[in-house]
Design a binder for this molecule. Sequence first.
Ligand SMILES: [Zn+2]
Length: 429
Amino acid sequence: MAMDLLFERIRIVSPLDKLDSVGYLWVQHGSIVHCSTEPPANIPPTTCRIAADDWMAAPGFVDMHVHLREPGQTHKETIATGSAAAANGGFTDIVCMPNTEPPIDTPTVIEYIQRRATGLVAVHVCAAISVGRHGEVLTPMEHLHEAGAVMFSDDGSCVRSAELMRRAFEYAAPFDALLSQHCEEHSMTDRFDINEGAIAMRLGLRGYPSVAEDIIIARDILLAEYCGNRRYHVSHMSTRGAVRLVRLAKSWGLRVSAEVTPHHFTLTEDAADGFNTNAKMNPPLRCRHDVEAILEGLADGTIDAIATDHAPHAPSEKAQLFAQAPNGIIGLETAVGLALTELYHKRKFPLTRIVELMSVAPRRILQLPQPRIAVGEPAVLTIVALEQEWTVEPERFRSKSRNTPFGGWLLQGKPRFAINRGQVWECEL
Ligand SMILES: [Zn+2]
């Protein structure tokens, strides 16, 4: 892709630069060389001029919850295919989760991932809290932090022991690490299929009660406060109770943050009706009142970030009986479309709020440098066509997997370019 692009009449939205205006944005060899409401003078014929009316340029989007499956389960996804899916979905940065095989619980595994993640998309690493994610012994968190881990979680599982979680908070205090939790009180969710509710009852499936998520969030908020106001992040929240608890913790002045997936603000448990394994995930899809509470939390700032929980599985795995099918759906290539359709178009969220949820807040939570949209800065950009309608065709995805409940959906708002590290990716969806 040409490395000399001039986006003409593009809406530039960058909250940290106090920018929300239509103008001309010129990217040459990885740097921003012009950013103004006025067009540049003397545009060479080699510059690729793009009519970008109704498009938006924003600081590169970050997905802070991605399962890349490598090492260990490369039939589902690899660092290369997952990174390509991220760029194709408009992301410049992702955080990969530690439930690989082996898990990310040693500096060696972090180095393995870093050596393979050399493309356009920056891959940041979330390391495990406990060795093997078994919930018994803490990992060498300080060494993992020094090796580059930006966050810690046993994601896929919850740290069951309050005592171990307390020790993790205390151990991480000197380097002020961010601890994140997959919030699930496992004693209440044994072999669950979907949310505990009407659909589970009718289909004869095992239910996961929403309170099993809330109990852990409440416990961890209390621990984070008790251990001296530690940094704590709630992964993929799905319940009304979770929103209430995070809101309360923030009102206490605690350093608590939270993310939600596009599927949890778009779908309810009804999507699993008919034994649809592409609506089976952990945490499960919940009820209408949960979705409404999440949308409120997204609007009022209780929820900080949108993250996909991109969880690839092979078609043969998802084709099993509902109870046997693994949890999780892919999300990297539908997230921008769903966020713009559901939040910007349907619910009239300001674009600055969308950019905060998908770019500014994840970097703030992870303490990553914030790219700016200004002349002389490196170009770290997500470019989307705000009004463009498109139909989700999973066959076009760059991900190795196809497990999405959104195939055939008509969305409004489509990623067009991801630009980072001197490289340009033109999205093909
Ligand atoms: Zn999880």
